[in-house]
Ligand binder design. Structure first.
Ligand code: HEC
Length: 140
């Protein structure tokens, strides 16, 4: 099962976290598109738009620093980075949506030395992109 191996490699630290917390990831419906595939999705909902903004290197490029607990991982997409914590169990770890949004809007508010760019404060992506990314994160 090469696909599974790829996922295991990509989400090693996320899986460790999962094992430690006993968290069972909710299966997501269907396959997530790659950056190229995102252009062809018809009538994307907010969650799909959020995924596409998060993986886009021109927008969030969140995966440059974070793994995401997405199953199955799109084969053509490089695995996420490990500079930031993996996106896993977001809806339990961020019970308050505003806290999660604030982290994406300006990570420096919580940690002035963070390497995470202040996406909202520096207008790196739109407010709508941030809302969509938060919608997507809360499905993980
Ligand atoms: C240049 C690297 C980098 C990029 C790009 C990046 N982050 Fe981060 N992120 C981090 C780091 C490092 C942390 C750890 C917290 C800190 O530094 O204060 C973090 C923390 C987080 C957290 C808190 C996670 C937790 O478990 O507490 C969230 C949520 C988050 N990032 C979302 C995003 C989203 C969404 C994007 C894309 C829009 C993104 N990040 C892009 C580096 C990055």
């Amino acid at each position: 099962m090469p696909k599974m191996m790829h996922l295991l490699a990509a989400c090693g630290s996320a899986l460790l976290l999962v094992a430690a917390s006993g968290y069972v990831p909710v299966a997501t419906a269907g396959e997530w598109p790659t950056e190229k595939g995102c252009k062809k999705v018809k009538d994307p909902d907010n969650v799909m738009k959020g995924w596409c903004a998060a993986i886009s290197r021109k927008k969030g490029n969140c995966l440059g620093c974070h793994h995401a607990m997405v199953n199955p991982w799109p084969e053509a997409l490089p695995p996420g980075g490990n500079i930031g914590p993996p996106f896993v169990a977001m809806n339990t770890r961020f019970a308050n949506r505003d806290d999660l949004r604030a982290q994406v809007w300006d990570a420096e508010a919580k940690n002035p030395n963070t390497s995470m760019p202040p996406f909202g404060r520096h207008k790196l992506i739109s407010e709508q992109d941030i809302d969509n990314i938060v919608d997507w994160l809360l499905t993980l």
